[in-house]
Structure formats: C-alpha cells, structure tokens
Design a protein around this ligand. Structure first.
Ligand SMILES: [Zn+2]
Length: 597
C-alpha cells in the first residue's frame, strides 16, 4: 500500500518534469516540423481528456467546453469569411491551443476549490475568473475588432497604435468612432459574461485524485509557458509577429553606433566635382498621408495645390506622375525611404545606413525638424534616424506635451543656417494625418461638398501646398539653396478606418506625390541630373528609393552597392510598371486591390 502510494507520488512528479523537458527540447524546433506538430496536438488531446477524467461532474464541464471552444474557434470563421488562408496545419495547432487553454482555466478553478481556508479559497476563485478573462480576451479582441471595422486586426495596426501617443490615440478613436465600436464593446462584455456563466458551474476534482490532479496542474503550467507561445493560435500569432517587429526596431537602435563606426571607416565617400564649393543647402520634405489621387497638380478637380501648379511652369521644378509608397504606414515606409534598405536589393533596415548618417559622414550639417510626435510607447527607426542629426527640432516636444501645432510652426522654426556651409535639412510634416480638421487653421477650412470628411481632407492638401510654398521660400532665400524634394510617406483613403492600413489596402493608399525643385544654379552645374529627372518624370517609382534619389541630387558618391538603374536621377533608371514593387516587395502594381466609392 505504502509502496504503491510512493510510486504514484513519484509518477505524479516525474510526468510534469518529463513533459517540461520534452517541451523545452522542441522549443527551438521549426514550427513546420511534424515532431512539434505531433507533440502539441497530443498535448491538446491529452489535456482535455485529463480535465474530464479528473472532474467530479462532467455535464457542466461539457457545457463550458462547448461555449469556450466555440469562442476560441470562431476566429477561424472570421478569417475564412475574410478570405485569409489559414492552413489545416495551423488550424490544428489552433485547436490544440484552445484545448490546453480550456484545461488550464478549469484546473485553476479546481485548484481554487481544493483550498480549505475560506478566505484564501475566495481569493483564488477570483483569480480563476481573471485567468478566464485573460484567455477569453485573446479571441475576443479579434472578434470585437471585426465587429467594429469589418476587418481582421493585424500586427501593423497594433504597431501603429503602439507608436502613437495618447493624443493621437484619442484622435484615432474620434475619427473612427461610431456605433460599431460601442457594439464591439458590448460584444466583449457579452462574450465574457456567457463564458463566465458556464464557468461558474464548473466543479472541482475528486479528492481521491488529488496527487494526479496536482501533477496534471504542473503539466498544464509548463505547457502554458513552453507550448502555447508556439502553437500558432491565430490571435496569438498576431501578437507574436507584433513583438518581433518591435524587437527589430530595438535592434535597429542598438546597431546605430556600429553603423556609424563602419561609416566612419568608409573612405570612398566623396562629393561630386559639380558641388558648389561656396556651400549647398538641400531640403527633403516628408509629407504625411497625402494621396496624389486628391491633388489638383495630378488632375484632381478641386483647386487644392495652386502653388505647386504655379511652380510646375518652371522647367527646373519636376513633378513625378507615377510614384508609389512601399508600405501604407509611416514607420515602415520611412524605414525604407530614409535608409539604404529597399525592395529591390534585399538589404534589411537593420544594417542599412540612413540618409542622415550618410549626409553627416559626407560633411553636411544635418537638421531634423518634425511636427510629428517624438515618442509613442516605442521608439521607432524614424526616431533613431532623426537622433543622428546634428540638430533636432521637435515642434511638438515629447509625447507628454499635449499642445498640437499646425505645420506652420515648422516654417517659424526653420533654422537660421549658415550660407557658406553644406547643410541638409529633413522636414517631417503632420500633413494630412487623421483627424483632418485638427491639422487646419480655421482659414484653411475651405471646401464644402457632400462629404465633410473628404472636404477636410482636401483642405489638408491645400494647407500642405501652402506649407511647402513657405518652406520653399524660406530655403530659397539662402544663397546656398540647391534643391528641395517633396514626397509623401504613403497615401490615404479617408473613408477607410485609420485612413491607411495594409489589411484594407487600396491603390489610393499607395499613390503618392513626388516633386523635385532645383535651383537655377543647380541646374547649371548639374545638367545631367536635371535631364535625367525630366526624362524620368513619368516613370514608375516607389518611395523606398528616395534615399538613392536624394543621395544623387546631393552629389554624394562612393557608397558601395548603389545601383544606377534604381536611381531616378540617372538616365539609366530602369524600373517600369511591371518591375516596380510595393508592400515591401510582395506586390506588383497591377496586383493592388482597388475599391470603388
Ligand atoms: Zn504616415
């Protein structure tokens, strides 16, 4: 008797230890491997079997199992509805995940019920409901987001929200809030309430089986840590992708000093012979959420770019008619535009020099002037790039500062630069970022039509045109002014939630303006570049190559790996409608989905 009880105790400890070792062992195996697939699937099946085996009353457990698993697996119905292809392989792992999650919830409750001290038992019961909430929240977030927006939440949306600060977050909600968000919240409450209702009836385990129960509980605990994160349940894998991307941002930041050290050793960098020895000023203006579909200069029927249209009468000012964004969100698009990384050469952002790093290494005094907020919850490659500049001007200060300035503040804060130096200024506008009416001084609220959202959007385009004009005149007052380049990070569809996101992608979010303004002196000194730009003005282009274009216009050469056939300022520019890419190299232009309004 004693012997057999000892054996049982030994076994109840050995099983969780062995399982932990196995799970730890396969933790680094490929997710596609059949070994891990088999282990995780077995784990799911065994855990639901054990949960039923141990529990005293089976009926309430069956009811709870049905409700819980229905909640969990409904996310796959949504993904099917949206035409997302989840493989059978991932679906099975999703089921196994759900089974382990189900068993974990019921066993936490069973553990609570097994406690004899009344007070402690009550606390542990409350904890079991919190655990249930945490597990139910996973599918609920996806379901509720679908209720509110009709689309699946993606890691890009989470990252975009993580990068915004409180003010922008509030504005996002104001811009997109409607009765559906309220319904989404109601849905969350209802989903949890139903699960909690059936969870309430779940009973504890048979006291004869206590040692087996504890052993199983330990097994579940190690599964939650070592298996669940790898089991590809749809909402969980979205979280995983998100944190991986945020890690990449962190790596980019950590490698900054290595890149600088490498760049300083690079002795091939030089300025072109046609560079004015008396000093050069180059200005790169980065727009925000401006689609060329709604710009007068590109044929839109509202007069919202009068200054740009006037400029285009000057042959030194060139408008590019077929520019696209590489990704419909700020940080991702600019991580490519402002660094060597691009869709064509497979160079990752992490080891790509930024335009500021390169300008500095080539002897330019560099400025970063931004009307966007410096920090959201996370630092991004954009803030890392800006931090390399000799001078940083953050009009809006830190995220703690609630004051919102219009883009005009940038003009007021335009630095008093030295005319005898080589200076490179990057300006990051707030442009047409939602919420549109918040970007506009009252005198720029002009257009009135059927649709207030579009009216405000078109007003922001008009305002940006005015700001560009102001920046241009400030810069061209300087005797060393040579060129200004303007492009938008991505476009915008004002009728889509958030205005631009990869899940609801359409062409309007990718079609962007690009304009180059050259001074007379610059054209005189660099006729070849001017000719090439004019020759290429209707060529297809993606804004990840802004780096190459800017570097060439600034006269910097000697950076290894530069390719003339990707340079819009070179006669050899070779990209066309079929070879230009978007969506980080995953999409050709003719594959971009179009929505009809
Ligand atoms: Zn943007």
């Amino acid at each position: 008797m004693i012997f057999s009880s000892d054996k049982r105790n030994l076994l109840s400890l050995a099983v969780p230890v062995i399982l932990t070792l196995i799970l730890y062992g396969v933790y680094d195996f490929s997710l596609r491997s059949y070994i891990t697939f088999f282990i995780y699937l077995t784990l799911g099946i065994v855990s639901i079997f054990m949960a039923f085996r141990l529990s005293v009353f089976k009926k309430p457990l069956i009811r709870f199992a049905i409700v819980f698993l229905f909640t969990y697996l409904s996310v796959y119905v949504f993904s099917l509805l949206l035409g997302l292809n989840t493989s059978l392989f991932d679906f099975c792992k999703g089921i196994a995940f759900s089974l382990v999650a189900f068993s974990a919830c019921t066993m936490v409750k069973a553990l609570a019920l097994a406690i004899e001290t009344v007070f402690l038992r009550k606390i542990c019961l409350v904890i079991s409901y919190v655990v249930l909430f945490a597990f139910v929240l996973l599918p609920s977030v996806l379901i509720c987001y679908f209720v509110a927006t009709g689309s699946l939440i993606s890691s890009d949306i989470i990252i975009a929200l993580a990068q915004t600060n409180a003010t922008e977050g509030t504005e996002f909600i104001q811009s997109n809030f409607n009765i559906m968000w309220f319904l989404a919240f109601v849905a969350l409450v209802v989903i949890y309430a139903i699960n909690a209702f059936f969870f309430r009836k779940v009973e504890g385990v048979d006291s004869k089986n206590l040692s087996v129960f504890l052993s199983f509980f330990l097994c579940l605990a190690s599964s939650v840590w070592l298996a669940l994160p790898r089991m590809d349940y749809l909402p969980f894998s979205i979280i995983k992708v998100t944190s991986k991307q945020l890690d990449n941002f962190e790596i980019y930041k950590q490698q900054k000093s290595q890149r600088l050290a490498k760049l300083n050793k690079l002795n091939t960098l030089k300025l072109s012979d046609s560079t004015d020895p008396a000093g050069n000023l180059f200005v790169l203006v980065v727009g925000e959420s401006e689609t060329r579909d709604r710009m007068q200069a590109y044929g839109f029927d509202r007069e919202n770019t009068p200054y740009l249209c006037e400029h285009l009468k000057n042959p030194n000012h060139i408008l590019f008619t077929n520019a696209y964004s590489s990704w419909p969100q700020t940080v991702q698009a600019l991580s490519y535009s402002l660094t060597e990384a691009n869709q064509y050469q497979k160079k990752q952002t992490v080891d790509a020099y930024s335009i500021i790093e390169l300008a500095r290494a080539s002897g330019f005094d560099t400025y970063w002037i931004s009307n966007q907020r410096k920090y959201g919850v996370y630092e991004t490659p954009v803030t890392v790039i800006s931090s390399t500049a000799n001078h940083e001007i953050w009009v809006n200060g830190s995220s703690k500062m609630e004051g919102v300035f219009f883009d005009e503040e940038i003009v007021k804060r335009f630095p008093n630069i030295d005319d005898n130096k080589n200076v490179f200024v990057v300006i990051h506008l707030m442009g047409s970022h939602q919420k549109y009416d918040k970007r506009l001084p009252s005198e720029f609220i002009r257009f009135e039509g059927q649709d207030e959202t579009l009216d405000y959007y078109d007003d922001t385009v008009l305002y940006t045109d005015y700001i560009l004009e102001k920046i241009y005149s400030k810069a061209s007052e300087k005797s060393n002014f040579k060129a200004m380049i303007y492009f938008s990070d991505h476009g915008e569809d004002p009728h889509v939630v958030g205005g631009h996101d990869p899940v609801n992608l359409n062409g309007q979010m990718l079609r962007i303006p690009l304009a180059v303004y050259l001074s007379d002196r610059y054209v005189q000194d660099n006729p070849k570049i001017h000719d090439a730009l004019v020759q290429n003005k209707d060529k297809y282009f993606s804004n990840d190559l802004i780096f190459d274009l800017t570097v060439r216009i600034m006269g910097i050469s000697g950076l290894p790996g530069m390719d003339d056939s990707l340079n819009l300022a070179d006669k050899a520019y070779a990209l066309d409608k079929n070879s230009v890419l978007t969506m980080y190299g995953k999409m050709h232009l003719d594959e971009i989905p179009e929505t009809k309004h």
